[in-house]
Write a protein that binds this ligand. Sequence first.
Ligand SMILES: [Zn+2]
Length: 145
Amino acid sequence: MAKKCEFGKKNGEQCNADVQTGKSLCVFHDPAKAADGHRARRAGGLTRSGQAAVLPLDTPDHPLGDTREVSILLADSINRLRRGQLDPRVANSMGYLASVLLRALEHGPIEERLAKLEAALGLPSGVAVGEKPQSSRRGSCPREV
Ligand SMILES: [Zn+2]
């Protein structure tokens, strides 16, 4: 079993961390390592509390009108994320919103084509083939044809 650190804490208890090889103190209480520990903690703190890596406020909007434009934005964002130029939290939000947007972009044309088909077949919109149109349903349909 590893030896325990000899450092005595302010509350009178002994530090229970494992000692470094050939020493009687742990890495946190070794005066020779104190500067390293401080630097490491400071670097960690800076990374966590630092500004989120985002684009400047005056960055023009990226076009998002079709799946190709969304794909271009996603590819650019993935590369920025890989270089550490985009905050992972921002990338996560973008990924979610992009997936919702892609679904909407895919469904839009299908709904338009469906509406045209329904109109060509003389069907009231939103009624499945073989289903009897109900007057209440027709009246409450929110879609305009
Ligand atoms: Zn210790």
